[in-house]
Write a protein that binds this ligand. Structure first.
Ligand code: PMP
Length: 420
């Protein structure tokens, strides 16, 4: 039997684990944008819990309210009973997030994870429209439960379900087909009555595909999809699980496009402190479930809710934080652009928006190599895309410009090492 920590993981955990393989060390402590392993090595976190730690690790403001909450024996778990924490969160969300953006949604707590909010969104769209089909897009990622997986365009992950998944159609995402308008394709599909094509209940999309390779949809494409949804009475679901909570430079990723989705899925960073929380935002007219038609034991964990309220109050009460994030985003995009130009060996293209960017490399295996080299130099980053061809950056939004530049410099060193 193994006595070293890596060996204990190896022997006792299912082999499905992946991040302990990508980052082969035992981590111990974390603060802000830094993680330390058990041997005391420090790493700059360009991964941020796959977008769950937009405000960094163990943020003091949220930590304070959590400690206070625990100290006072306030209610931690209560199913979906009314608690003061929940009332405060709903008021805060309305005042800080919805009203300033002129958005009107009912808030539903679907269960603790991203997949839970996606499931609930698909279910409510089917209930409201009485239709079954859902349209999603090439390279989409929406979660690992059977419903969420059925709209996820990743054959490797779908293979894990061991069976075909039905009632969904995958359409080309914006720019999927070079020099061709994927919107026209979608339009043609919807208007095709002769072939007996079923009208969908919903169209679900990410405005920037995270797992699928940092593919950012254009404003025009998003507006075009919304228009088709209105024309055919199809619900538009935006999955903002990864791209939301400021990740792309505005609280909701769809704000710059001006679209108003019927349902919005939020999770990951909405919990504020990395605690599990998900929200499904539903336009009031579609809030059609009766009590008990959708439930779950861990809907709305009060600790996560308390941290979430504090995060909204701390970062989103005015636009200072958002402006700061947008400023630092320019540093990322300019640097990645320069990598693509200065290292033609990568055959790379810089992609993404805000704090959700990456370089898509045209040489097989090179993005993975860059991430490995980065890890050995003290930066944690991951790949994404169907062939793991994108070296992806998801730093905490709270990272200092100094650490951001330092991490990007390490990334450049890693690129040099990878192409050697
Ligand atoms: N939607 C998107 C866009 C995601 O990126 C993810 C997670 N990577 C999910 C849904 C699923 O979230 P969870 O892993 O919490 O179920």
């Amino acid at each position: 039997e193994s006595t070293n920590p890596m060996g204990i993981l190896e022997e006792n955990e299912s082999q499905v684990r992946s991040y302990s393989r990508s980052f082969p060390t035992i981590f111990k402590k974390a603060k802000g944008h830094t993680i330390w392993d058990a041997d005391g090595n420090a790493y700059i976190d360009f991964f941020a819990g796959a977008g769950a730690l937009n405000y960094g690790h163990n943020h003091d403001e949220m930590k304070k309210v959590l400690i206070d909450y625990l100290q006072n024996d306030y209610i931690s778990h209560s199913l979906d009973m009314g608690t003061e924490a929940r009332v405060d969160f709903l008021q805060t969300f309305k005042k800080v997030v919805l009203e300033p953006r002129n958005l009107d949604y009912k808030v539903m707590f679907p269960g603790p994870t991203g997949a839970n909010t996606v499931e609930s969104a698909l279910k409510i769209a089917r209930k409201v429209t009485g239709r079954e089909l859902v349209i999603s897009f090439t390279n989409a990622f929406h979660g690992m439960t059977i419903g969420a997986l059925s709209v996820t365009a990743n054959s490797f992950k779908r293979h894990g379900a061991g069976m075909p998944l039905s009632n969904t159609v995958s359409m080309p995402f914006d720019d999927y087909i070079e020099d061709s308008c994927s919107l026209a394709y979608l339009e043609k599909y919807l208007e095709d009555k002769g072939s007996g094509v079923a009208l969908p209940a919903a169209i679900i999309l990410e405005t920037v595909q995270g797992e699928g390779g940092i593919n950012a949809a254009s404003k025009e494409w998003l507006q075009g999809v919304e228009k088709l949804c209105r024309q055919y009475d199809i619900l538009l679901i935006v999955d903002d699980v990864q791209a939301g909570c400021g990740r792309t430079g505005t609280f909701f990723s769809f704000e710059p496009s001006g679209i108003k989705p019927d349902v919005v899925c939020l999770s990951k960073s909405i919990g504020g402190y990395g605690l599990p929380l998900a929200l499904t935002l539903i336009k009031p007219e579609y809030d059609q479930w009766g009590p008990g038609e959708h439930n779950g034991t861990f809907r709305g964990n009060n600790l996560a809710i308390v941290a979430a309220s504090k995060a909204l109050k701390t970062f989103w009460s005015n636009d200072t934080f958002q402006k700061n994030v947008q400023g630092k985003s320019v540093v990322i995009s300019e640097t990645l652009q320069s990598f693509a130009e200065n290292y033609p060996e990568l055959k790379a293209e810089a992609r993404g928006r805000g704090f959700m960017q990456g370089i898509a490399c045209g040489v097989e295996g090179i993005a993975e190599k860059i991430c490995e080299e980065a890890f050995s130099r003290g930066v944690i980053m991951e790949t994404s895309g169907p062939q793991s061809e994108v070296a992806k950056l998801l730093p905490p939004l709270t990272i200092t410009e100094e650490a951001l530049v330092q991490g990007l410099n390490i990334m450049e060193e890693s690129i040099k090492a990878a192409i050697e």
